[in-house]
Design a protein around this ligand. Structure first.
Ligand SMILES: C[S@@+](CC[C@H](N)C(=O)[O-])C[C@H]1O[C@@H](n2cnc3c(N)ncnc32)[C@H](O)[C@@H]1O
Length: 232
């Protein structure tokens, strides 16, 4: 799903997520702790944004990195930052991965993206297709429990488009995303032939305790994201 936050405001988004609480001190430390066997790996980074994960993959010895994002602005940022070290191109992931070969990646990651995609099955099936046997797919998304607070229908089991306003870049920007049940996420995984091998509900970094005691207290007691690793 296209959003101004990731196109017009791509550079501001990049600056904001370098050291904010939700991305830099909750989402990334949790998902990155689940990313094993990166040294020498061929990795596909889906919904790469401004490349904060690409940087982590480079620093952890991935031998080949492919970054894909809907936003041309994000793709340009990634190319500018990493040049030849990554291949980056723009594409809507809701149609799957038509440009990628079967059984070619050791690792596929998709941090904070699937809530922008209405139907997960075409993408998840293609992720399974492009993964080598024994490879893994790891992703994070909004916790279904948390997003249900934004439900207008009051029906947890119905997939719903939510309109919201976020202050990520220091001023309000409208965003839209899909909220869905955990069952729907799990069904898309199993329908694609992958098996869940790890699940986390996130762990906020201890450093937040001094930076923002109220946020630390809140995030220690309330789930915000869910993190799932699946193997082929
Ligand atoms: C919250 S950002 C996450 C970026 C990066 N993964 C990170 O963790 O910093 C979501 C990204 O998903 C991209 N995105 C949203 N919908 C998409 C789609 N249908 N196909 C491809 N990328 C999409 C956005 O352009 C944006 O860069």
């Amino acid at each position: 799903m296209k959003s101004e936050l990731y196109s017009t405001h791509a550079e501001k988004y990049d600056a904001a997520v370098q050291d904010n609480i939700y991305n830099a001190q909750l989402e990334r430390p949790t998902l990155q702790s689940m990313l094993s066997e990166l040294s020498g790996a061929n990795v596909l980074d889906l919904g790469c944004g401004s490349g904060v994960y690409a940087e982590f993959l480079i620093n952890n010895g991935a031998s080949k990195i492919t970054c894909v994002d809907y936003s041309q602005e994000m793709v340009e940022l990634v190319k500018r930052k990493f040049g030849e070290r990554v291949k980056a191109y723009a594409q809507d992931l809701s149609i799957g991965l038509p440009d990628e070969s079967s059984e070619s990646f050791d690792v596929v990651i998709c941090p904070l993206v699937i809530h922008y995609i209405e139907n997960l099955t075409p993408l998840f099936k293609d992720i399974s297709r492009v993964l080598k046997t024994g490879g893994y797919f790891a992703f994070s998304t909004h916790h279904p429990f948390t997003d249900f607070e934004c439900s207008k229908s009051g029906n947890y089991f119905e997939t719903e488009l939510v309109q919201d306003v976020w202050n990520t870049i220091g001023k309000p920007v409208e965003v839209s995303y899909y909220r869905r049940s955990l069952t729907e996420i799990m069904d898309a995984i199993t329908a694609s032939g992958l098996s869940v091998t790890q699940l986390s509900e996130g762990q906020v970094s201890e450093s937040v305790k001094t930076e923002s005691p109220e946020t630390y207290e809140y995030l220690s007691r309330n789930p915000n994201f869910i993190f799932i690793k699946c193997h082929k």
